[in-house]
Design a protein around this ligand. Structure first.
Ligand SMILES: NC(=O)c1ccc[n+]([C@@H]2O[C@H](COP(=O)([O-])OP(=O)(O)OC[C@H]3O[C@@H](n4cnc5c(N)ncnc54)[C@H](O)[C@@H]3O)[C@@H](O)[C@H]2O)c1
Length: 318
């Protein structure tokens, strides 16, 4: 299967590319991003292409490479699209709609996986354990609004048989290697990643606030499963909440201390940022992921194992 990943230079795109090749799910890959992304695999059958997807001709050229499945990962993250409405709309909505329209005309019926977010829910979901269907999504950010609008389009195009859409709502990915991002949740990885590298880090929210997380390991496996799961399982709505687990920042720091020691934990200090705290409080901390289980998605490995994976991965990389 030839698979295209947009936004492939990003964190999720890189771990997904590796997993698609290591599980032999993809025989060849097209990795696209604003600048040509690195090839994170040892496979020669990987094309790394520079394509700004706000440009229709760049999107058409990509789809003319005839992928059998597309992962739409490119985007402007939550703080970035809150700070710049025009840019968020242009990338997260306009360019994705344009890409979907090119796919439905040039490659009708192929599988399209879209990475959405729990930011579609809004405050209502904070009061209960959310599922895909029991809460009317009322996003409280431009990012969540743009994601939700694309979800609606993918459901409609799938209903019409124009594409075979699969929408996965991701928990916050933790621990994320690399640089901090423009996501409001960036600190969650920062309070582990930076101290493990011997650098100080700030915790901007109350340590007792719970956050819904997924490990890179489980996420990569579940994204691969998203193109393997049978279309019938998804039914007339294509959204699925991916499995994850809830942890507070306090629990994360306790687990960090257990895995990496007291000195490492001591590099994190509390410095409240009311804007970040307000955004984080509008995200539900717990979800009912029984639909994901029914569709064969796998459970997460949990907090301590995730931190161990990260520490070992960084040791190997250094
Ligand atoms: N990481 C998370 O915690 C998380 C949580 C929920 C949802 N998601 C979603 O998963 C997807 C991947 O997330 P990520 O963490 O890898 O993000 P990321 O920011 O690391 O990567 C996004 C990539 O999109 C690219 N991009 C931006 N504008 C583009 C354009 N005009 N044309 C082509 N490429 C463009 C960027 O260059 C970047 O490499 C995103 O859609 C995100 O909304 C991520």
């Amino acid at each position: 299967m030839k698979v295209l990943i947009t936004g492939a230079g990003g964190f999720v795109g890189q771990i997904l590319a590796k997993k698609l090749i290591s599980t032999s799910t993809a025989t060849s890959l097209i990795l696209a991003d604003v600048t040509a992304p690195p090839n994170p695999t040892s496979s020669q059958d990987v094309q790394c292409i520079a394509a700004d997807l706000t440009d229709a001709s760049a999107a058409e050229k990509l789809i003319s490479r005839e992928p059998d499945a597309v992962y739409i990962l490119h985007g402007i993250m939550s703080s970035g699209s809150e700070a710049n409405l025009e840019l968020g709309l242009k990338v997260n909505f306009d360019s994705v709609r344009q890409l979907l329209d090119i796919i439905r005309v040039q490659r009708p019926g192929i599988k399209v996986v879209f990475t959405s977010s729990c930011a579609v829910f809004g405050r209502k979901a904070v009061e209960s354990t959310a599922t895909e269907t029991d809460i009317v999504p009322m996003p409280e950010s431009s990012y969540g609004t743009q994601k939700l609008m694309i979800e609606c389009l993918i459901n409609d195009y799938s209903r019409r048989g124009l594409i075979d859409g699969r929408i996965v709502r991701l928990p916050t990915v933790f621990v994320r290697a690399g640089a901090p991002t423009a996501a409001a949740s960036s600190f969650v990885s920062g309070i582990v990643r930076e101290p493990v590298h011997g650098t100080a880090s700030e915790l901007p929210v109350d340590p007792s606030i719970g956050i819904w997380l997924t490990s890179p390991r489980a996420l990569a496996a579940n994204l691969v499963h998203a193109i393997k799961a049978p279309a019938e399982g998804f039914g007339h709505y294509r959204q699925v909440l991916l499995p994850g687990y809830t942890a507070t920042s306090g629990e994360i720091l306790d687990a960090l201390e257990k895995v990496a020691g007291k000195e490492v934990r001591a590099l994190v200090r509390e410095k409240r940022d009311e804007t970040v705290q307000r955004i984080v409080l509008s995200w539900p901390a717990g979800y009912d992921t029984s639909r994901a289980k029914e569709l064969g998605f796998e459970e997460d490995v949990g907090l301590e194992q995730t931190i161990r994976d990260f520490v070992e991965g960084e040791k190997k990389a250094s």
